[in-house]
Design a protein around this ligand. Structure first.
Ligand SMILES: [Zn+2]
Ligand SMILES: [Zn+2]
Length: 327
């Protein structure tokens, strides 16, 4: 059967549709860019309100019932949780995920291999696992996703902050829900005439903590699985398609970035040494080791080479380094 040739009229319609979609998508990206800082402020505001309610309502109850020593324990633990949540959230928001625009063009060209693509918008090579974010308008190294709650892309240099934010929020919201439940006697006495005055805020915080805990359980669980299997949010579908295609051809597809569950975890959190299983969750400002455009693969590690570590700092443009991460 002869291929159907598109008429001029149809071509004009398609081009008009494409222009329309492009315009709407650009408009959507601009709206997200404007609104997302408000979401960051909202998140910090709710977290702070939860902490304030805890100190105003729960702490006096714990002091009266269990004594000042136990109350001090709760105070120190809750401040530690609050510090870790805010530390990781703000670092994820204000540190660069790493972009190809921050790397000297020469270094990119030098590292370029057959599996790189070309970004026409950045006019630069696009390394494996990097993607162009239309909201940030830049190619992000090892991009996972654009997070509106962080008002930033999550990529190679700030993914661990994002994961640690989820981890501490998960622990913190469970703790918050539990202390409201155990230590606010009038929490669910909705028929009490004074409930609205003294019970509404703890009740609201309890419901919020439970909802956040449920939501983060799913999100954090998903990201833990991604880390343990050496994948990013964007790559999962591609990897599944490659796996299925290989299976149809009677072959087995192996993810080259899956270094093993433990090694993936250590690479992601840049936690090495004997105590890595404990230090991965420690707060830190040090810039993550590696450059984000040459990534460790099974092949590289088995050959004993680490070009990602050898070529990290000298190729980062000094003008961009300050925004490219901390430490
Ligand atoms: Zn780009
Ligand atoms: Zn982005």
């Amino acid at each position: 059967m002869a291929p159907r040739v598109r008429s001029d009229e149809e071509s004009d319609t398609c081009a008009a549709c494409d222009r329309c979609v492009t315009r709407w998508s650009a408009c959507f990206d601009r709206c997200v860019k404007i609104l997302e800082p408000l979401l960051v402020v909202l998140a910090v505001g709710l977290i702070s309100l939860d902490a304030l309610t805890f100190f105003q309502v729960v702490m006096p109850e714990i002091t009266t019932r269990q004594g000042p020593l136990v109350a001090w324990g709760h105070a120190l633990w809750s401040l530690w949780l609050l510090f870790n949540v805010l530390w990781n959230q703000l670092h994820c928001t204000f540190s660069s995920p790493g972009t190809t625009l921050e790397v000297h063009e020469q270094a990119l060209q030098h590292a370029m291999t057959y599996d790189w693509r070309w970004c026409r918008r950045c006019n630069r090579g696009k390394p494996p696992l990097s993607h162009h974010c239309s909201i940030c308008n830049r190619c992000v190294l090892k991009m996972d996703h654009h997070c509106v709650w962080m008002a930033n892309c999550v990529g190679f240099f700030n993914y661990h902050y994002f994961m640690l934010f989820l981890w501490w929020m998960w622990v913190g919201s469970a703790y918050s829900a539990l202390v409201y439940w155990l230590h606010v006697p009038w929490l669910l006495r909705l028929d009490d005439p004074n409930w609205e005055r003294k019970g509404f805020l703890p009740f609201f915080m309890f419901v919020l903590s439970v909802s956040i805990w449920l939501g983060i359980s799913a999100l954090f669980g998903w990201h833990v699985w991604l880390v343990l299997t050496g994948q990013g949010t964007i790559e999962v579908l591609d990897n599944n398609a490659r796996r299925a295609e290989a299976a149809r051809a009677g072959r087995k597809w192996v993810n080259p970035y899956h270094l093993g569950a433990g090694a993936n975890w250590r690479e992601t959190f840049d936690a090495h040494g004997r105590w890595w299983w404990l230090t991965w969750m420690a707060p830190r400002r040090r810039r993550k080791l590696g450059n984000g455009y040459v990534l460790p693969t099974v092949e590289l590690l088995s050959s004993g080479l680490r070009p990602d570590l050898e070529a990290q700092q000298p190729h980062v443009r000094p003008g961009h380094a300050a925004g490219a991460g901390y430490g």
